[in-house]
Design a binder for this molecule. Structure first.
Ligand SMILES: Cc1cc2nc3c(=O)[nH]c(=O)nc-3n(C[C@H](O)[C@H](O)[C@H](O)COP(=O)(O)OP(=O)(O)OC[C@H]3O[C@@H](n4cnc5c(N)ncnc54)[C@H](O)[C@@H]3O)c2cc1C
Length: 439
């Protein structure tokens, strides 16, 4: 069988947030230069747009990153979200990160950088002050052990599938071809490691110019297809070399929802609530008084269409990971619903008894993480650009805009810190005290 399309200048693999954002911004840029993008760009997906991680993401858009490069890139991404909130199903409700003592210096540094780069946020320090700030928003706020609060007045969340479909429509309106149900099975290489054709379940697509891979959790499969090393050596900033680190590991993202009237989760003045992220070392009990944990724990949650949705710390996946179908029905840890509902109730009395409203839904999923848990945005072959976001990236809708400019010969200072070479040169990102692999 032959693919419907036999040749394209640009072949983008993966119709998630990154593949579609790249295709859209590239098409727009080409049109601006007088080309007909429709004949030049094809997006190939083995399923349909949003079938991967982008369609299951909680959708949180935040800039709470300790790493300067992440923070600056996120600022650019939030600008893209804000550029068309309707098409992107974007809710600019803000984001509140609440932390225990161990996170004070990180959140303070993050806030100070946000001030410098002009990202709108405020910092509240001290247990009583944080409690007052949160009670002004939610009079029944009652979380314990929280001594610092970073309240970002930009960011919020977007509805996952709708935003992907918004991008899909933008691609179509620019003349981009999207081939669904077309699986990439390999690459035919030409001179000097360039990819001459993308092999698919529907035949070959010859590559006129460049290939972009944006495969989300399927990153390691493409890594292997491209003949890249499964383990790498990493030079630390102090010059020590750590040998044979796996390039890819997997974490299971624990997420779920409670079915309640969404309006029960509103601010004191009836407004839309910001996304809440709470980390604390206060002992956590269920509503029945059973101890869940007395160690540092964390949850995040947001108002959704059917109630309240959110998650907790992810779990490392040991051994083989099953990605098809995605997400697997076994992705949620059985203890997650008790923990997450206890934590909701710990934070606000309105959530007392919410365990009974927990709903088994299509939530949670596996993410693929790089050797240092930060994205790789770089050329991995002379004409193959890889967008491998290490599961940071639904919020990173602007990466595709930067990549489009790189494909056309530009330089992106925002993407430069995420080059693959950093593992060899020791230009790694600083590590925070957060319990999450993505902060
Ligand atoms: C449960 C969960 C919650 C998350 N919550 C958030 C959040 O709140 N905020 C945030 O910023 N990030 C979040 N993330 C991370 C975020 O979802 C991902 O980083 C991001 O969506 C990845 O986008 P992508 O376009 O690279 O990949 P995907 O959206 O996974 O798209 C990859 C596409 O490639 C296709 N594909 C794979 N293999 C092939 C092949 N061989 N041939 C053709 N097509 C192929 C797939 O069908 C898929 O459509 C979450 C992730 C998970 C799992």
């Amino acid at each position: 069988m032959r693919a419907a399309l036999k040749r394209a200048s640009y072949v983008v693999v993966g119709a998630g947030i990154h593949g579609l954002s790249t295709a859209y911004h590239l098409a727009k840029e080409l049109r601006g230069r007088g080309s007909d993008a429709g004949t030049e760009i094809v997006v190939v997906d083995k399923a349909t747009p949003g079938a991967g991680a982008s369609g299951i993401a909680c959708g949180v858009v935040r800039n709470n990153y300790f790493q300067p490069a992440m923070s600056e890139l996120m600022q650019a991404c939030v600008e893209v979200w804000e550029s068309d909130p309707t098409a992107y199903a974007y809710n600019s409700v803000g984001y509140v990160a609440l932390g225990a003592g161990v996170q004070e210096s990180d959140l303070t540094a993050t806030f100070e950088r946000q001030e410098r780069i002009g990202y709108r946020s405020e910092l509240v320090v001290g247990e009583a002050e944080v409690d007052g700030h949160m009670k002004a928003l939610f009079p029944d706020w009652r979380a314990q052990g929280v001594t610092i609060c970073l309240h970002e007045h930009q960011g919020g969340f977007a509805f996952n599938v709708e935003s992907v479909l918004g991008l899909r429509d933008k691609c179509l309106s620019e003349g981009v071809t999207i081939l669904s149900h077309t699986e990439v099975t390999g690459f035919r290489f030409g001179l000097e490691g360039t990819v001459a054709a993308v092999e698919t379940s529907a035949g070959e697509i010859e590559v006129g110019e460049q290939v972009v891979i944006a495969p989300g959790p399927w990153a390691s499969r493409f890594w292997v297809m491209l003949g890249l090393p499964e383990t790498i050596d990493i030079t630390t900033p102090s010059g020590e070399v750590v040998h044979d680190r796996p390039m890819w590991t997997y974490w299971n993202l624990q997420e779920g929802e409670i079915t309640v009237d969404p309006l029960m989760f509103a601010t004191a003045d009836g407004g839309a609530p910001p996304v809440i992220h709470l980390d604390t070392d206060a002992p956590l009990y269920t509503d029945d008084g059973d101890l869940v944990t007395d160690e540092l724990w964390g949850i995040y949650f947001k108002r959704d269409r059917r109630g309240v949705q959110g998650g907790a710390s992810p779990l490392v996946v040991d051994g083989d990971v099953e990605l098809d179908p995605y997400p697997s029905t076994t992705d949620i840890d059985p203890s997650f619903p008790d923990m997450w509902c206890a934590a909701l109730s710990h934070s606000m009395s309105r959530f007392e008894g919410c365990r009974a409203r927990y709903k088994i839904a299509r939530s949670g999923g596996v993410g693929a993480f790089t050797a240092d848990n930060f994205p790789v945005f770089d050329y991995v072959k002379p004409n193959v650009y890889a967008i491998l976001d290490s599961n940071h990236g639904y919020k990173m809708i602007g990466v595709g805009k930067e990549v489009a400019s790189v494909l056309l010969g530009g330089h992106s200072g925002l993407l430069h810190p995420f080059r693959f070479e950093r593992f060899a040169t020791g230009d790694l990102h600083p590590v925070s005290s957060s319990p999450y692999p993505w902060s």
